[in-house]
Ligand binder design. Structure first.
Ligand SMILES: [Mg+2]
Length: 247
């Protein structure tokens, strides 16, 4: 059972922060393209960047361009597509050339399915997502189809999030990205804190905790994170207190 976030005491001088985006920095909306970060959260993030000398990264399932639109003028390094795409500020590892062939194989099956089921398909560099937020009754069949493709094509895995099922490269996730980024100079001698709301954040929680830090799960649901905030609002309140102490 995760402990209440109130019990987590940390120092800005010795910790680094990894944030999921949707459901963590910004509330989830019916239209994923309409997601926005509140002005208060923006200010907190920019203060956090200053007070930690830049030990802040966003780890999202979204593609980089998509994430950049939401983050707007905030100068935040981003790793997109569940750990596969690093923006220019992060200098990521080289990708595995085999994996693009495997994704292409999955793409043709999923394109046919999405067209027949009238679901939205999103092709990102490291994954293919089927969105069913506008047709939740199709969720079960979408999950099953993605699961079948993952079982048939080696090197791929299924990721089931909130109103979205994805096929992604199996060897990469938010946890591998977090562990990689901890070697960057901004994070030297810092302890990782991973904050997220969804199943895809569990790899990040696990990596942060393996490296001596903590995971913070936002909202309900099973998790291996050591701490939980009930809502984005209560997480933001905790962050605001932390920033006020750090000034
Ligand atoms: Mg999320």
């Amino acid at each position: 059972m995760p402990s209440d976030l109130e019990n987590l005491e940390i120092e800005l001088s010795s910790h680094g922060f990894f944030f999921d985006l949707d459901g963590t920095l910004a509330p989830i909306t019916d239209d994923p393209s309409a997601v926005t970060i509140s002005e208060g959260m923006r200010q907190s993030l920019s203060t956090l960047i200053n007070l930690t000398n830049g030990a802040v990264v966003v780890l999202t399932g979204r593609g980089l361009n998509d994430a950049a639109k939401i983050l707007g003028p905030l100068d935040l390094p981003v790793v997109g597509s569940h750990g596969l795409e690093y923006d220019h500020r992060c200098d990521g590892p080289d990708g595995d050339p085999k994996s693009s062939g495997q994704l292409r194989q999955a793409l043709s099956v999923l394109e046919t399915f999405a067209a027949e089921a009238r679901l939205k398909l999103e092709h990102k560099p490291g994954s293919i997502a089927i969105h069913y937020r506008h047709a939740p009754e199709q969720g079960e069949i979408a999950r099953q189809t993605v699961e079948n493709v993952a079982n048939q094509v080696p090197g791929l895995r299924a990721i089931h999030g909130k109103m979205v099922s994805e096929i992604a490269i199996a060897s990469v996730n938010k946890g591998t990205a977090l562990a990689y980024l901890m070697h960057r100079p901004e994070f030297a001698d810092r302890i990782p804190i991973m904050i997220g709301d969804d199943v895809t954040d569990e790899d990040g929680f696990e990596a942060a905790q393996r490296l001596g830090g903590s995971g913070i799960k936002i909202g309900a649901g099973p998790t291996q994170a050591m701490y939980r905030a009930q809502t984005i609002g209560s997480f933001h309140q905790w962050l605001t207190h932390l920033l006020a102490k750090g000034k």
